[in-house]
Ligand binder design. Sequence first.
Ligand code: ZN
Ligand code: ZN
Length: 113
Amino acid sequence: MSDIMREAVKRHCKKYKYSAEYTRYWIENPFCEICGNHSDAPHHIRTRGAGGSDEAKNLIALCTTHHTEVHTMGVMSFADKYSQFFEKIIAALSERDAINIFVTRRPSDGCDS
Ligand SMILES: [Zn+2]
Ligand SMILES: [Zn+2]
């Protein structure tokens, strides 16, 4: 990640009060873990609303397309479709979360859900 991008991510995370762990993950994982395009923000596999943390094991870097897709189809269908992430996703979820499907996507403000 370039210095300019790094500064932009830091400023953005500060503005939206993202944690240091979240910010670090974003800087260290600037590309979508599925397709390799630029990530718009790390996604919380277990949602923050469900008590998901900002630890690396609960985050996945996604481009706008894949980020929208996971919020639209729900994390379980997403895990089925992209089986290379199945284990990471399942490991981050509790049984109860696995039943929950999260559907709304905020504008590119990071991942608040
Ligand atoms: Zn992607
Ligand atoms: Zn997200």
